[in-house]
Each structure stands twice: as structure tokens, then as C-alpha cells.
Design a protein around this ligand. Structure first.
Ligand code: SAH
Ligand code: SF4
Ligand code: F3S
Length: 470
């Protein structure tokens, strides 16, 4: 049994990171024969991608996926800890899982992901949710086959969550959600320690993957027909800083572009590490998509400082303008937190001011949520809930206005769209994303799926557009 410790999770050791390669224990190949699994994923792209790994591990043991939880022999919840409501959603859903477990004691129940990396959550599940069979964390996904095997053989509950990251595991199998676009981790963890954020505790220290492994993975994806890769990390612009003296994100972006894959994306960029070399590489290679997610968090220098973001409003605007100058066609989106402890009306107006200046293509907006163990959770907060909600509403209205405005620029234009499949909302329509990451719904048939086609935009809304393939 391993329980995470908040104290340990804060530590950043100088220890060298080892690399190991994943190998399935061949004795476990038939462990899940005739059995089904159901997985539910909360949180960010990182978690989505981890779930692709978990699915592949289970399928390598002969489990089959089901999207009906009631029919599953094993239920897994891959959780997120970023905000309180992420927690609440999981604890809410656990009630439904408990109900199934009561009906079928043979059901295997499993919770993994960022939430169980929190000491208090791991303890709560251990003590109050005794019917949960398996708990494992973000650092030992590759151990799932052995953990499952131990549970089944020994009939003993498995709680295995490490606070300190171990080796980087390469050659992980993935059952990818899409046949056309793929996530590729380029680094794990985060060392930025923004004062509000739990991620540095749940994902460990920043560890970049070796470029050879990344580029090989991309070449393999191309062989399998993938058109698009998204290089994934909490702070991709810092790629390589922990590993190389002379190879950084701009080099990796260039090498990725040179593989010839049709579309290269990357998330998330921290403004602090965004250098000129990166901008010129994005400009130079047409297969690097003109789309940048550049979290602002706040427009107030005072709040940015309290957040530990390491840039000022002016520096953010300078970078934003430089990007727009170099890449006028690009779309830029952002993340914003309102109601950070002590945020005044003036601070909030500074945020609105940046939004009015940048006119973002879109923005994810959040009310500050105190996370246990983070410095911001201990800061005095005299802003009322109502005030925070009102600020969020004001901000959202402004953000939506600019989203619609940005989309209006596309009306009657022809843009390239990678068609991914049928639209969730309308079975008669196909959906895909432009190079600038705008969601487009089009009429068309199966023959366009998986292709990058030219689409004339015929109607625009706030969050999507309609178009016709030409
Ligand atoms: N690594 C990314 C962010 C990952 S978390 C970056 O640095 O930009 C995604 C977003 O969740 C953040 O950008 C932030 O806006 C929001 N977020 C993180 N912690 C939060 C908290 N405690 N309360 C509210 N929003 C939070
Ligand atoms: Fe969290 Fe900041 Fe790291 Fe992003 S950069 S994951 S907000 S600590
Ligand atoms: Fe959530 Fe963990 Fe991602 S906390 S946002 S799933 S890194």
C-alpha cells in the first residue's frame, strides 16, 4: 500500500530521471478474457491521453470496452483535481458506482488520476469508501496490469499512489480515441507552482521526454495514417530545459514539422517561456498550426504577482502583439480566473481591459477554487461568492462577444478543415476543426472523414460555424 503525502509532493529532487520501457507481463494477457471495462474521464487533455493508455493496458489483458457502465466487470474513474467542482462531480458519480457494487459484489471499482494524488482524498477513499477496490495515481499507470492481478489473485484491496514521480516510462501502448489526430506527451509534470494550482503536486516535477522517443512516436503515427499531432504538456514552452542544454521547444517544434505530418499543434503555452525563436519557427512551417493557447489568468499586475505567474500585464500584451504581428491569421485563446483572493473591482477591470485589447478567439473562464496545500488557499479572501459569480458573468459576456466577432471574420471564406467524423449533435453532419482550431459542422458523407478539405463558411455562431465542402 502507498498513500500520497502532500509534503513529499512539494519536493523537487535533483535526482536524475531514469527511462524505462513498458513491457506487458505475458502471463496477464488473458486476465480479462470475456470481461468488460467502463472508463469515465474527467479533466484535461493529459487525463484524456492517460485514459487512452489505460484502455490499451486493459485491452492488452483481453478486457473489452463498454460504454454501458451497468454491463461492466470493471469500472474506472480517471479523476481531475483542478477545481472543487471537478471533485464534486466525481464524488457525486461514486454514488452510482456504489449502487452497482452493492448489486454485484464481483464488480471491480477503481479510482485513478489527479484527485487521488491528493493526500486528503486518498485517505478519504481509503477510510470511507472501503468498497473501492483499486486506487492508483498519475505516476504508476503502467503498473495497472500488476495491480489488477494482485487484486484478483489475493482478493486484497490495492491502494498504490506515489507522491514522487518515478521513471519516465516509454513505449506505452495507447488506444487512441481518434484515427486521425493524436496526443503526444512531450513532458510530464510542472515546476511553475502558480500559487492557486494543484497540478505541480498531482503530476510531479517537470520531466521532458527525450526527443528521439517523441519523434519516433510521431513517425509511427504518420505510418498509421494520422494527420495531426498535438504536443502535450502543462507548460510546453519549457520543454527540454530539464534535459538538454541546446535543444528546446523551438527545436522540437521544428523537428516535428520536418517529419512532414500535416498538422502540428501544441498545448499549453506559458507566456513566460515563449521565446522569439519559437515564434519564427511557427511562422516558418505551414504545418505548424496558427493556433496558440496562451493563458492570461488575470490582467492585474498585483494579482499576477500573487498568482506567481512571472509576467506583467504589459509583458503579456507585448507577447500577444508580437504573435499577432508575426502570425496575423492566427487564433489565440486563453484561460482566465476571476475572484482570486482579494481581487478588487480595479483588478477585475484590468482583466476586462486585456480582454478588450486582445479580443481573444475564445477563453476558458473560471472562478478561483481554493486547492488544499496551495499557497493561494491560505490567502485572505474577502470577495463574496455573489461578487465572483457576477464577475464571471460579466467576463463571459465579453468573451462571447469577441468569440462571435472573431468567427465573423470567417464568413464566406474558405478554410482547411480536418474532418473527424459525424457531429455529436446532428447525425447528418460532419464535424472537424480549422487550422485555427474553430469547430466547423458541414454537410457531407463518409468519404471526407479523415481528410483535410476546403470548406466555405456559410454561417457563424459563438462556439461553432457551419460550412460547405467545396
Ligand atoms: N498549465 C496550464 C494550465 C493548466 S490548468 C497553464 O499554466 O496555463 C487549466 C486552467 O485551470 C488554468 O489555466 C487556470 O485558468 C485554471 N485553474 C487552475 N487552478 C485553478 C484554481 N485553483 N481555481 C480556478 N481555476 C484554476
Ligand atoms: Fe498549474 Fe501554473 Fe503549472 Fe499551469 S503552469 S499547470 S497553472 S502551476
Ligand atoms: Fe485536472 Fe490533473 Fe489535468 S488536475 S486539469 S486532470 S493535470
Amino acid at each position: 500500500m502507498h498513500i500520497p503525502s502532500l509534503k513529499e509532493a512539494k519536493v523537487r529532487s535533483k535526482k536524475l530521471v531514469n527511462i524505462s520501457e513498458y513491457i506487458l507481463n505475458q502471463n496477464l494477457k488473458e486476465l480479462g478474457l470475456g470481461k468488460k471495462y467502463y472508463i469515465r474521464t474527467y479533466g484535461c487533455q493529459m487525463n484524456e491521453h492517460d485514459s487512452e493508455n489505460i484502455k490499451a493496458l486493459l485491452e492488452s489483458m483481453s478486457f473489452k470496452e463498454t460504454d454501458e457502465m451497468e454491463k461492466a466487470d470493471i469500472v474506472l474513474l480517471n479523476t481531475c483535481a483542478i477545481r472543487e467542482n471537478a471533485h464534486n462531480k466525481v464524488f457525486g458519480f461514486l454514488g452510482r458506482v456504489k449502487h452497482l457494487k452493492d448489486e454485484n459484489p464481483n464488480l471491480i471499482t477503481c479510482i485513478c488520476g489527479c484527485m487521488v494524488q491528493e493526500e486528503s482524498v486518498a485517505l478519504e477513499i481509503m477510510n470511507k469508501y472501503k468498497w473501492v477496490d483499486i486506487v492508483f495515481g498519475t505516476h504508476n499507470i503502467h503498473e495497472l496490469p500488476d495491480i489488477l492481478n494482485r487484486l484478483i489473485k489475493k482478493q486484497e484491496r490495492q491502494i498504490e499512489v506515489y507522491s514522487i514521480e518515478g521513471d519516465i516510462v516509454e513505449k506505452n501502448p495507447y488506444k487512441r480515441d481518434s484515427q486521425y489526430k493524436a496526443w503526444v506527451n512531450i513532458m510530464y509534470g510542472c515546476d511553475k507552482f502558480c500559487t492557486y494550482c494543484i497540478v505541480p503536486y498531482t503530476r510531479g516535477k517537470q520531466r521532458s521526454r527525450k526527443k528521439e522517443y517523441i519523434l519516433n512516436e510521431i513517425k509511427e503515427l504518420m505510418k498509421d495514417g494520422y494527420k495531426e499531432v498535438t504536443l502535450l504538456g502543462q507548460n510546453v514552452n519549457a520543454y527540454g530545459k530539464d534535459l538538454y542544454d541546446d535543444y528546446d521547444m523551438s527545436n522540437l517544434l521544428e523537428d516535428t514539422a520536418l517529419t512532414g505530418i500535416e498538422r502540428v499543434r501544441f498545448v499549453t503555452s506559458h507566456p513566460w517561456d515563449f521565446n522569439d525563436k519559437m515564434i519564427s519557427i511557427i511562422k516558418k512551417y505551414p504545418n505548424i498550426m496558427p493556433y496558440i493557447h496562451l493563458p492570461l489568468q488575470s490582467g492585474s499586475d498585483r494579482i499576477l504577482k500573487l498568482m506567481g505567474r512571472r509576467y506583467t500585464k504589459e509583458e503579456y500584451l507585448k507577447l500577444f502583439n508580437k504573435l499577432k504581428e508575426a502570425l496575423p491569421y492566427s487564433s489565440i485563446t486563453t484561460d482566465i480566473i476571476v475572484g482570486f483572493p482579494g481581487e478588487t473591482e480595479k483588478d477585475f477591470n484590468d482583466t476586462l481591459d486585456v480582454v478588450n485589447t486582445c479580443k481573444f478567439d475564445s477563453a476558458f473562464t473560471f472562478i478561483f477554487s481554493p486547492r488544499e496545500g496551495t499557497p493561494a488557499s491560505k490567502m485572505e479572501d474577502n470577495v463574496t461568492k455573489e461578487e465572483k459569480e457576477a464577475r464571471l458573468e460579466t467576463l463571459n459576456q465579453l468573451v462571447n462577444k469577441y468569440s462571435k466577432q472573431a468567427n465573423m471574420n470567417y464568413l464566406n471564406k474558405v478554410v482547411p478543415v480536418l474532418i473527424e467524423g459525424y457531429s455529436d449533435k446532428d447525425d447528418n453532419k460532419l464535424m472537424g476543426y480549422t487550422d485555427t482550431m474553430k469547430l466547423v459542422n458541414v454537410k457531407g458523407d463518409e468519404s471526407s472523414i479523415g481528410k483535410i478539405v476546403n470548406v466555405k463558411i456559410t454561417d457563424v455562431k459563438t462556439w461553432s460555424m457551419d460550412g460547405e465542402i467545396i
